[in-house]
Design a protein around this ligand. Sequence first.
Ligand code: IMO
Ligand code: MG
Length: 408
Amino acid sequence: MENLSIIGLQWGDEGKGKIVDYHAGRFDGVARYNGGSNAGHTIVFGNRTYVFHLLPSGLLKRKRLFIGPGVVLDPITLKEELDLAKKEGIKIDLTIDGRCTLVSPLEKEMDAIIEKARGPKALGTTKRGIGPAYAMRALRVIPRAMDLGLGTFDLASAKALYSLFAKDIPDLTRWTESAREVLRGRIGDVGAAILELNASGKSVIFEGAQGVLLDLIHGTYPYVTGGHTLASYVPASLGIPAKSEGKVLGVAKAYTTRVGSGPFPTEISGRVADSMREIGKEYGATTGRPRRIGWFDLVAMKYAVRLNGVDEIALTKLDILTKVGEMKVCVAYRQNGREITEFSSALPFIDKVLPVYEDLQSFLGLELTRAKLPRAVDAFVEYLERELKVKVSLVSIGEERTATVERG
Ligand code: IMO
Ligand code: MG
């Protein structure tokens, strides 16, 4: 079986954690390829809700776990997650690539300082040091997992360089100790390990963090994350050949959310948005912030599908719409009297466009069961398939692992 790349098609929080966990049973490993502890991947299993920021979402199915070299790794968060897993009796088999960039308290402080300096134009980052860590990597200042894990890290020279960026450098002694502890015995070459699994007929899920519209280059810059979120970054970020990427499964919510600042053409406010937020538990899994709510945006989704060469879509949170009396899809943007259907041509003034909606049949009061989806739901899914020219292979009708419908 081929490998499978699972990536977000919106502004993150599409339900990637649930979809990775759902599919993980059929694979031998799960590898995170991008981002860091800004991600918050939620898995609901039985009466428990788990949120992980760094550990790949294959852990509940006891799969081999990998953190690839493209990840900016906060060893303190990882230690907390490993401790939690131990407490829960979840055995973790984790390999961390030696080339992972390590996030220290300095990058988190830089994140907060830069956000404060932006004032009303703050990006609304998660303050997990993501942007500064990727920047410090490009400046070749920041240590990698192998530098600490294999003992070649020199704290004094790191401090000398760090002092160029901050007046008061946080004490890194405890951080260094924790990082060494968490990395000990876990460092390896993730790309080589994946290829070895593939060579013995086994396959791996590549778990994306964030979403296409948060990509540093292709998203709604500057309101984006510090790294890359497209499927095409999967192989480069993991250190495997492009052809090993496998199938691309894009995850999209049946409506849209965004947490943090930045343009959001289909954003709504008021009663409908508030009830969607409450019913859909739309609060940041990492920061607890209320997520902004809006309708499904076909213009942005066509861009996301094109940029990623999406093979199939997993459509999530359809159940939330059964509590809402309206159902809208944005089919174009309007700006100065003209209609735009290509997201990239709207990018220069994306904060000013107005959505053009098509009203679809509301899902209000419909009962969603795995046995048969109601006609209105089927019609919505088929409408998206026609517009996007991509198969919706899976729909999620509840947060539980079992509330998932595969479409043949
Ligand atoms: P998952 O993997 C939703 C957003 C932040 C902010 C912007 C920049 O759970 O989908 P950063 O801390 O990355 O510099 O913040 O990106 N953001 C996310 N929003 N889900 C995520 O991850 C996110 N990761 C970053 O809210 O707007
Ligand atoms: Mg999230």
